[in-house]
Design a protein around this ligand. Sequence first.
Ligand code: BGC
Length: 715
Amino acid sequence: MEQKQLIDLLEQMTLDEKVGQLLQLAAEFYSEKAEEKTGPMTDLGLTHEDINNAGTTLGISGAKEAIRVQKAYMENNRLGIPTILMADIIHGFRTIFPIPLGLGSSWDVEAAKKVAEVSAKEAAVSGLHVTFSPMVDLVRDPRWGRVMESTGEDPFLNSRFAEAFVKGYQGDNLKNDFFRVAACVKHFAAYGAAIGGRDYNTVNMSERQLRDSYLPGYKAALDAGAKLVMTSFNTVDGVPATGNKWLFRDVLRKEFGFDGVVISDWGAVIELIPHGVAEDKKQAAELAIKAGVDIEMMTTCYTENLKELIEENVVDEAILDEAVLRILTLKNDLGLFENPHRGADVALEKEVVLSKEHRDIARDIARKSIVLLKNENILPLSKQEKVAIIGPAADSHDVIGVWSWQGKKDEAISLAQGVDQLEAEYVIGKEAFDYFKPSQAAIDEAVALAKEADKVVLALGEEEWMSGEASSRSDIRLPQAQLDLFKAVQAVNDNIIVTLYNGRPLDLQGIDSAKAIVEAWFPGTEGGAALADILYGEYNPSARLSMSFPETVGQVPVYYNYDNTGRPYKPGNEKYVSKYLDVSNFAKYPFGYGLSYSEFTYTDFKLSSDELKSGETITASITVENQSDISGQETVQLYICDQIGEVVRPVKELKGFEKVDLQAHEKKTVQFTITEEFLRYVHSDQSYASDAGTFDLMIGSNSRDVQTKTFKLLK
Ligand code: BGC
């Protein structure tokens, strides 16, 4: 349709029909069985007409059902306007990939793009049009259960992933490419900064910090063309995001130039009441529509009140029209007026969804996301040695993570199955081992197996429900029963390799004396196979943390790009510096960290000049050598620090990285081009600019182990 036809359509709509477009209802309103549900269900008291007019739906899928719903919907809708089928496809549709925090650890943006492409294809043939992804909230507090949905603690890395996801989901021709879905970037804004890591809690930060650290990820997704933005549950400077006019009208629309659809998070409009900024549903509707929220997800403040608010001249009808036009435009951008069923295809669905090809991609990407945290010459295993695989995750299918709405645990590969596929020697217990309360028989069996084995793979972790939405934890160690198991096993066999499935950086106290620690996150459908590949050296670990692991939860939030203080920490006994009395300031495993079976050295660090003039570039180069007999991949990381800023600057900020494949004993020189843009940041007047002066430029294999040179920016 042409824009003019959309406007004609808008003009034919009654006020009720227009208000209807702004309501999003979940699957249960259209099908016999309830499907995706991520928030509280309330009795919405809707009429048939309301349901027929509701502009978009959440959580319907399966090509047959999608076609049925769309057909019935269009028949019931007076103007035959199609609905949009939206859902949470976060890290895979039916073929599940590693959780986003794992994808972040791959530092492989092409892999993330591939994940999005495959997810889009499976979702699209199953009838979906929009995914509520990517979630690009910057995260610093591992107590927050939703860190699993983020690619981590760094604005630069998150931005690269945000772009990759959007491009992978949407492709270049959304309207005609039916294997794609539209992307919805979320949660605008700063949802990841909930105080104390408690989900839905207050966020409190300066506008400058918001702009400097938190907004870049969303902006990158928008610049890549994301069609929708979702509001966040939290406040931004005291005003809940979902009613925050400044955030949506001034920043998102005017400044960022976003003209797509804004959707509330589940129930976030009505939550303006318990937030204490709206007296009732009517005022909540007024605040949200004035702020620029187009679609209200799963509550009926708009449905019940917008018409009256317009008739009373409290809300201008033009604001409603704008919102409706944006929703119609999205329908048009998806080609739904011409092809209301888009990619939904029962035959293709059978072929595409969970195909062998997709499973192979999932295995490859899972391998790239598994981080080797520690290895005292015990890994890789050989297929001949006698290995006991012990613990709750030894044969567990709890490997796909909670945001796997269509993923099926019984289609996922457990670690034992993965090892089986490699035809390696191993033993595994017969007793089921509970994550929290293992039976005495299971413990006794585990210890007996450990005694007989050359090496023990202790497969530990969180159960899936322990991370994700509404899953904050104050103690981020492993459950006590697993720490007890570690001790009991260590008493009879010290050759322990701990493998971990979990959704957040953990406090590893209690298991950190293992000889090796392998962080597998929730690696997805092929997770156990990928983990086995790592353990047996079928794949040389290449992942690097995108979120720091604390020494202890008491240090949280601990992240690499912290601001300096007036009393910076110094090693030694000085008391009056910024530090703890009982623990270091630093992460146990910092951002960017991860081991390989190869060994890399960095030499010959050079800058082409120690002066950079605006508009010109300088080149930093370094030689990386693989000093081992095994080929591997290194992630070379570039950081900067502005020595003297107008405001306090972080001690380090990632500004570039490159993944380099190196054969045994091969060396390569890696180059980075430095421009003045790298050095810009948000100043106290909110302007984005650089300062003339001296900068540290650091290159290394992680955010802690770097070599430094300085240069001057001349202006
Ligand atoms: C979550 C969103 C999600 C939405 C729809 C909410 O509870 O916060 O991330 O997209 O539900 O399922």
